[in-house]
Design a protein around this ligand. Structure first.
Ligand code: NAD
Length: 596
């Protein structure tokens, strides 16, 4: 009771008589205590239940952790302040990453509290670009596993591996096979950093409960020679298995996930190699609740940027001509969604496809080209428009209104390319989406200065504001997939969507673009500030829930009438749960929540 507490705080020994062994009377309340079997030290070692020094005196006493912590009781505010101060002292992004991941391993709610409060600053640490660096260093910075590792040697046993995962109520799985990590290539099992980072954003951006999220890496070997020679590498020491056994393993994985967690479990594919990404998307999209973020998430965020840019340019999407640098997963995903957006505005598919050109490492995709093209690219292969020897030639001949860089090959939007875009267009659209920062096709500063501040610019990795010689300041947009996948995931999970159609990503793009204010557009932004991402994701989820119910794609019944209230009510927050029963009573201790 309060008398007991205050006397304790005066530095006198606790008057509460503690039992060393005790049994709790049946607790009829909805307190956290009824949910956890843990007490004592294990409660503190579990990041999901640990509160550090924020365990109250009563909790410490009845949970058997009194004396295991310094005597002061802290608030989460104070803990967050300490955490933020420590982060501020660090200059190296990888050091910050390691520190943040350490907090996630110790105190999950505190981790998310700090991540959410400073999402703009910390997203580039837990996600691209620093997560890429962390993946390359995974074997050196590894502390505790945060996801499930399934190797090709586990074939036939995936279901029992899923049974080892401590959470039973999983709603979303993010899976990679590590073959194409960001723009960094094959990192094998070190790719685990990606699903972990993505799922952090499920929670931070859309309020999806962390225990509902499962990160998975599938290890079928790696073709990365450096890793295969590294004694510290943690995956299988073998070349990638590209045989039927790989496909069978992925099939078994998909089946095991739905068997264990239910048919509407969301499975997000992430950073698979180009060929496999398309194959698996085609193979599974009508059978499972799945999407590929590199293809569909990227497409949606890039289209949202274009929709925002067209507001500034003043031309409808149907009047744009888009030239891609790169013709891989990202480019094809974006191109197909642009086609859908153009078709929605009345164009035929053939007309829309003619508006889109692609230039890859062998040159322009044109009929009769000697170098190989795959079936996914066919829709964007046109008759040669003239003698195109370089990307600059392609710009000058095709005269695009927008160029989109997704080659992962570095600074290929040369000064001449940028100047040409500035000459050809009143408001050129320039997206340099390759990650990480050193792979971006140009910097924000180059884009603005070489087009005299006329361009509408977005990048994959963040760039700071650019001040022009005449004092104008532009805030570049970051076409970050995190604007899309958490909101889509929240809507899909809540409404019980079984198959995620591309139209969901089209709607997500529209929902994102319309949240950009005119003022933000004037500042040069093509996306709302990242600091608003939680609200942006929740509002997007509301729109998508409305959409999927209206289109008959939702299978969770009864249909919520108040969709906004329905979505908002589920959003997780980072306040600590109380571990105390609402009331209890035993000799020497009487407690009611008001005295806590
Ligand atoms: P991918 O491997 O599927 O495709 C790469 C494409 O670039 C291929 O068509 C290849 O031929 C082409 N290419 C390579 N070198 C080239 C060169 N020198 N000149 C012209 N073309 C060249 O990769 P992807 O999944 O499409 O990703 C590409 C890049 O896009 C990566 O850097 C990735 O980080 C980035 N990306 C960004 C976002 C985002 O910002 N939201 C999302 C997804 C991917």
């Amino acid at each position: 009771n309060s008398a007991t507490t205050s006397s304790y705080n005066k530095g006198r020994g606790p008057r509460v008589k503690l039992r060393t062994t005790w049994s709790l009377r049946p607790c009829v309340s909805t307190c956290r205590w009824t949910h956890t079997k843990e007490k004592g030290k294990p409660l503190m070692l579990n990041p999901r239940t640990n509160k550090g020094m924020a365990f109250s005196l009563q909790e410490r006493q009845i949970l058997g952790i009194h004396g295991l912590l310094p005597p002061k009781v802290e608030t989460q505010d104070l803990q967050a302040m300490r955490f933020q101060n420590n982060l501020k002292k660090m200059t190296d992004p990888l050091e910050k990453y390691i520190y943040l991941m350490g907090i996630q391993e110790r105190n999950e709610r505190l981790f998310y509290r700090v991540l959410m409060e400073d999402i703009e600053e910390l997203m580039p640490i837990v996600y691209t670009p620093t997560v890429g660096l962390a993946c390359t260093q995974y074997g050196h910075i590894f502390r505790r596993p945060k996801g499930l590792f399934i190797s090709i040697l586990d074939k036939g046993h995936i279901r029992s591996i899923l049974d080892n995962w401590p959470e039973t109520n999983v709603s979303a799985v993010v899976v990679t096979d590590g073959e194409r990590i960001l723009g960094l290539g094959d990192l094998g099992v070190y790719g685990m950093g990606i699903p972990v980072g993505k799922l952090c954003l499920y929670t931070a951006c859309a309020g999806i409960r962390p225990e509902k999220c499962l990160p998975v890496v599938i290890d079928v070997g790696t073709d990365n020679e450096t890793l295969l020679k590294d004694p510290l590498y943690m995956g299988l020491y073998q070349k990638r298995d590209r045989s039927q056994a790989y496909d069978d393993l992925i099939d078994e994985f998909m089946e095991a996930v739905v068997e264990k967690y239910g048919q509407d479990t969301l499975i997000q594919f992430e950073d698979f190699g180009n060929h496999n990404a398309f194959r698996f998307l085609r193979k599974y999209r009508e059978k499972y609740c799945t999407f590929n973020d590199d293809i569909q998430g990227t497409a949606s965020v890039a289209l949202a940027g274009l929709l925002a840019a067209q507001r500034a340019v003043g031309k409808p999407i149907t009047e744009h001509r888009v030239l891609f640098l790169g013709a891989g997963e990202a480019a094809l995903g974006i191109a197909n969604l642009i086609v859908m957006a153009m078709m929605e505005k009345g164009m035929t598919q053939a007309e829309a496809r003619k508006k889109i050109w692609m230039f890859d490492k062998y040159g322009l995709l044109v009929n009769g080209r000697r170098e190989e093209m795959d079936s996914n690219q066919e829709a964007f292969v046109h008759d040669s428009p003239g003698n195109v020897q370089s990307f600059l030639d392609a710009v000058n001949i095709i005269k695009p209104t927008a160029i989109i860089g997704v080659s992962g090959a570095g600074r290929l939007f040369t000064h001449d390319v940028l100047k040409a875009m500035g000459t050809l267009n009143e408001r050129p659209i320039i997206f340099a989406l390759s990650n990480p920062t050193n792979k971006a096709e140009c910097t924000a500063e180059e884009a603005y200065t070489l087009t005299n501040g006329k361009c509408l610019f977005a990048s994959g990795s963040p760039f700071g504001p650019v001040t022009m010689g005449d004092g104008r300041v532009f805030t570049p947009g970051q076409g970050n997939n995190a604007y899309i996948f958490p909101g889509v995931a929240l809507a899909v999970i809540l409404s019980g969507v079984r198959h995620i159609s591309d139209t969901v990503f089209l709607e997500a793009a529209k929902a994102l673009a319309e949240q950009l204010t005119d003022k933000e557009l004037e500042e040069g932004r093509l996306y709302p500030p990242l600091s608003n991402i939680r609200e942006v994701s929740v509002q997007m989820a509301v729109k998508l829930v409305e959409y999927v119910y209206a289109k008959g794609m939702a299978f969770r019944y009864p249909e919520p009438m108040d969709k906004k209230g329905f979505v908002r009510a589920t959003v997780w927050n980072t306040n600590y749960d109380s571990f105390l029963p609402d009331t209890y009573d035993w000799p020497g201790v009487s407690y009611s929540p008001k005295s806590n």
